[in-house]
Design a protein around this ligand. Structure first.
Ligand SMILES: [Zn+2]
Length: 319
């Protein structure tokens, strides 16, 4: 795991003075009104590099500035709330809070009523799953108002562990980056069509299953009417079938969105992806990825997305 920029060690107990200076200057520039892209360009132009030797980008700078460890804080893994760790810091907690709430920052723009706008959860609906227990993850805001994905403790009668949570922007940017990489591969178009055919076959199976379930539900009424089964047994069986139908229909809708993604006339997939409407982006992610597993954070306050996320691709060309 690479060390966090600004710190000498993984335990975050020793600050690297030169890098702290860079971070402080970067934050000062943002407070003075520069965009994250401008500041990242400045850092790179000045010869500063990330801990892996890479040039700074809006995304890598954003990730660093989003990490509460730079302010000597961490997020409570259960509630997402910030708390001070007493470790070394590059900036003050007040500066960090200001950065989190600054105007124009994704996900933090407040509507006139002071309510948080709805975040569009790209990976909700069954794509993001808990790496601990396999439960699907749901989108929602933490008490600190950060849009996040969280292992659901109850969904369709099934309880997840509730232990895994990840900030939505971190996970979505990670997925978007890899999706873009896939779309840039030669043969991406053909691979997508193969994936689409596979999903169509899955959708057909679900339609057959739904027809069977509807049939069984109809047949239940007969023995009940003739007094061959008790009311309790009838109600229990009917409820079970209804639950299975609900799951199958929701899964079918989920797959159908991927079948319908409009790629016919698209020549430059990567370009299309970057400007596509949310619904289409989401549909494409479903078409490309079978699941996105999120594993628990190993160390509190250190959010290493690459290590925490496993992507399972539908597309044949994917590694
Ligand atoms: Zn879980």
């Amino acid at each position: 795991m690479p060390r966090l920029y600004g710190f000498d060690n993984q335990a975050l107990t020793r600050v690297r003075a030169q890098e702290r200076h860079v971070v402080r200057e970067a934050v000062g520039r943002i407070r003075a009104g520069q965009s994250q892209a401008e500041v990242a360009a400045w850092m790179t132009a000045e010869g500063h590099r990330g801990t892996m030797g890479g040039e700074w980008t809006t995304m890598t700078l954003g990730r660093l500035l989003d990490n509460p460890a730079i302010a000597g804080m961490e997020r409570d893994p259960a509630t997402g709330e910030l708390r001070e760790t007493g470790r070394e810091a590059l900036i003050t907690p007040e500066e960090f809070r200001w950065l989190q709430q600054r105007p124009g920052r994704r996900g933090s723009v407040r509507s006139p009523e002071g309510r948080e706008p709805d975040h569009d959860y790209l990976l909700a609906g069954g794509l993001a799953v808990c790496g601990e227990c396999g439960q699907r993850m749901a989108g929602g805001r933490t008490s600190a108002k950060t849009p996040s994905y969280r292992c659901q403790t109850s969904f369709e009668g099934r309880g997840g562990c509730g232990k895994v949570r990840i900030t939505a922007s971190l996970l979505e940017e990670h997925v978007a980056e890899h999706v873009l990489g896939e779309l840039l591969r030669p043969g991406a178009h053909a691979a997508l069509e193969v994936a689409r055919t596979g999903i169509e076959a899955g959708a057909d199976q679900l339609r057959a299953q739904i027809a069977d379930l509807e049939g069984s539900r109809g047949e239940l009424a007969e023995p009940y009417a003739q007094g061959q089964v008790s009311r309790d047994a009838f109600v229990a069986a009917d409820r079970r079938i209804s639950e299975m139908l609900k799951q199958a229909r929701s899964r079918l809708r989920y797959l159908e969105q991927a079948v319908e993604v409009p790629l016919g006339g698209v020549e430059d997939l990567a370009r299309w992806w970057q400007h596509a409407p949310f619904r289409s982006r989401r549909a494409l992610v479903v078409l490309l990825l079978d699941k996105v597993e999120v594993h628990p954070a190993r160390a509190r306050g250190v959010r290493d997305v690459d290590d925490r996320v496993t992507l399972t691709w539908r597309t044949a060309t994917a590694a």
